[in-house]
Structure formats: structure tokens, C-alpha cells
Design a protein around this ligand. Structure first.
Ligand code: ZN
Length: 380
């Protein structure tokens, strides 16, 4: 099965960095990009799509989400918007609701959110556990996540659950013991929330080092609430990504710039918690690889929209529109250790979005406007 897309006003491939072509034709064969060139020279194909001058971009790669949960925390958001600060402990509210929910409810909720993402141009999503915090509930969350994506992440170390409040060391032992045994078969990654109110650097090191020999790649929530040693630990362990990076020291920026660890920024979190936005220029100008993701979760960032995150990243985090698009596609792919997605070079997966706009600049220029005309993805 081959598809030819012609009359592409602007095509973003990310080939050789940030390559863009005007008036291009793209041919898909067997769900891969098979040919890119100028009108009039394209090979024949089974099906033709006329892009009518629209912009075509790689599908978004949302490399950080927490979609397997139950409940609603809109009241907490409302309180925060009237002056109460964000605290990591709010996660426990969702843990109680998630434990009480049936498999059917959790699966339906996850599916609804994945569909929202898809409608807004996301073609790859990473999904974490982390609202079960028992061996059975964490394994259940990952089994559900695995039905929607291959990018599943074991986050038993999200917070210490209330029943272990007096014995956090016992909870770390569970996360690195029985819970890891039950979850590793369902996960590609292991993650830890290393911050005030969650796990400290020493605990995070123990947790990630337990998962890595089991074949799980390391990733981390770090520097969301305060500067800490989290970023340095992520680099030390060769983590694929350290996510949030709201409070970075100069040494953190330098360590990231001289490593393969991606710095993943999550604009929806600062938006929804009224924390200060990190300045992406510090990372980008230092040469760090930067990704953008939604961090969709019911507490601190309940959005599934990568276009929204791009708009905020450009407006408030000092990305250029081209940098924000790169970080939301190729950057996300790098954060997941993937080279087959995030771009539209010949040979890459033909996961793409036809925008109802002549340029991707409109993603930031027209915030809140649905600009996704059509999504094409091998994954669906
Ligand atoms: Zn998160």
C-alpha cells in the first residue's frame, strides 16, 4: 500500500537538523517515508492525498504522560488558582481513586486521553504507572498502558504512599523488590520522582540502579520544585531523559549539554501550577538536547495538547517556533531513544500531521485553535 501526498506547502522533515522544503511531495510505502521530492517527479502510488498547500510536520512524540488514573482534581486546581501552592502530596488523592477503580474504568479513561492526543497530532505517547503504588496496582496500570503504547514506564517511585509514610525505606525496598519483579515484564523504562516531598537523590539512585540491570532504561522527574542533585544523578546514570528541569543550576545545564541525557521541559506544569517557567535558552544555547511533552496528569498538568505546549514554550520559555516544533517531535523521540520517529526523512516511520495552516508557526501564533487537519500514523 502506497500513499502520495502532494501540494505540501511546507514540509518539515528534520533531516540534517531542521530541514524544511516548500512545494514538496511525499510518498509513503508500507508505513515508511519512501520518497520526498518536487512535484512532477514523484513515483506512482495507490492513493493520492492533496494537501492543498498545507504544512506537513512529523507526528508529535509526547514522551511524558500519566494517563492511567481515575478521578478528577479540578477542585485542587481551582484552589491553586486562588492562591494555594502546589505540593507533590496531591498525588495521593489520585492514588486512592485509581486503586478503587475497575480495570474497565481505567482502560476507558486511558483510551479517551490517548484519543484526545491523537486528535491533536500526537502519534507516539509514553505512559507511566505511578497511581497504584502497590505491586498489583502498578502492574495493572502498566498492563493497561501496554495496550496503548510500547513506551511504558514503571513509576512505582512516584511518591511514598500513606501506608508507608513512617517507613519510606520499606517502600523503596518494595519498589526495588517484589513490585519491580511484577512490573518489569510490562515496562520499557523505570522512572523516579526525585524532589521535595518525593524521593531524595540517594533513594533515586537505588531505585534506578535496581531497574537498569533488569533491562529498563532510566528516566527521571527532577528539579520540578527545587534545585537538587537529581539532574546530575540522571546524567551520571546515563538516563535517557530528565524531565521538568524547572530549577537548573549552571552546573546542571553544563552536565546536560555534555551528555546524551535529554532535558524534557513540560510547559503545562508551570502553566497549571503558576511556577516560574524555565528559560529554554539556557539549555538550547549550551547545546543540550531539549524535548517538550505534556506531562498529562490530573494534578499538575491536565492537558493532552502538544500544540498548546508549543504555544506556551514559544511565548513563555523562549523557544523559537522551529525549536519548539523540533523539541515536540525529534526531541521527544530522542528522549525515548528512538530514531524511527520524530522526523520525516526517507526510511522513518510515516507518522505525520497535515496542519490546517501554511506553516507550523501557526501552532504558536494561533494558540487554542484546532489546527490538525489530518493525522496519518502507522501505529493506528
Ligand atoms: Zn510527570
Amino acid at each position: 500500500m502506497s500513499i502520495l501526498i502532494d501540494n505540501i506547502g511546507l514540509l518539515v522533515t528534520h533531516e540534517h537538523g531542521r530541514s524544511e522544503r516548500q512545494n514538496a511531495v511525499l510518498v509513503i510505502e508500507n508505513n515508511r517515508v519512501a520518497w520526498i521530492g518536487d512535484a512532477g517527479k514523484a513515483p506512482d502510488a495507490d492513493e493520492r492525498i492533496d494537501a492543498e498547500g498545507r504544512c506537513v510536520i512529523p507526528g508529535f512524540v509526547d514522551s511524558h504522560s500519566h494517563l492511567v488514573f481515575a478521578g478528577d482534581r479540578s477542585a485542587e486546581f481551582e484552589h491553586r488558582m486562588t492562591g494555594q501552592p502546589y505540593a507533590a502530596g496531591g498525588i495521593r488523592t489520585t492514588v486512592a481513586a485509581t486503586r478503587a477503580a475497575s480495570n474497565a474504568v481505567l482502560t476507558a479513561n486511558t483510551g479517551r486521553l490517548v484519543a484526545e492526543m491523537r486528535a491533536q497530532g500526537t502519534t507516539t505517547v509514553e505512559i507511566k504507572s505511578g497511581y497504584g503504588l502497590t505491586t498489583a496496582d502498578e502492574a495493572r496500570a502498566l498492563a493497561i498502558a501496554k495496550t496503548f503504547t510500547s513506551e511504558t514506564t514503571y513509576l512505582g517511585a512516584h511518591v511514598v504512599p500513606v501506608e508507608f509514610a513512617d517507613n519510606p525505606a520499606d517502600y523503596v525496598a518494595l519498589v526495588t523488590g517484589d513490585m519491580l519483579d511484577a512490573c518489569a515484564p510490562h515496562a520499557k523504562w523505570i522512572d523516579v520522582f526525585c524532589d521535595n516531598g518525593a524521593f531524595d537523590v540517594d533513594q533515586a539512585r537505588v531505585i534506578l540502579k535496581a531497574g537498569m540491570p533488569r533491562g529498563l532504561g532510566a528516566r527521571m522527574h527532577g528539579a520540578q520544585l527545587a534545585p537538587s542533585g537529581a539532574v546530575q544523578l540522571a546524567v551520571e546514570l546515563g538516563a535517557a531523559s530528565v524531565d521538568h528541569c524547572t530549577y537548573l543550576t549552571d552546573a546542571d545545564v553544563d552536565a546536560l549539554a555534555h551528555s546524551d541525557t535529554v532535558a524534557t521541559l513540560l510547559p503545562g506544569v508551570e502553566f497549571s501550577t503558576r511556577q516560574p517557567y524555565p528559560d529554554a535558552r539556557r539549555l538550547l544555547d549550551a547545546g543540550a538536547t531539549v524535548a517538550l511533552a505534556c506531562d498529562c496528569n490530573p494534578g499538575s498538568s491536565y492537558t493532552t495538547s502538544m500544540p498548546f505546549c508549543i504555544a506556551v514554550a514559544v511565548r513563555d520559555m523562549n523557544f523559537s517556533p522551529a525549536e519548539a516544533l523540533w523539541s515536540a517531535t525529534a526531541g521527544g523521540a530522542a528522549a525515548l531513544g528512538r530514531t524511527d520517529i520524530g522526523g520525516l526523512a526517507v526510511g522513518q516511520r510515516a507518522d505525520l500531521v497535515i496542519l490546517d495552516a501554511p506553516s507550523y508557526v501557526h501552532l504558536a501564533y494561533r494558540p487554542g485553535v484546532p489546527l490538525v487537519h489530518r493525522v496519518i500514523s502507522a501505529a493506528h
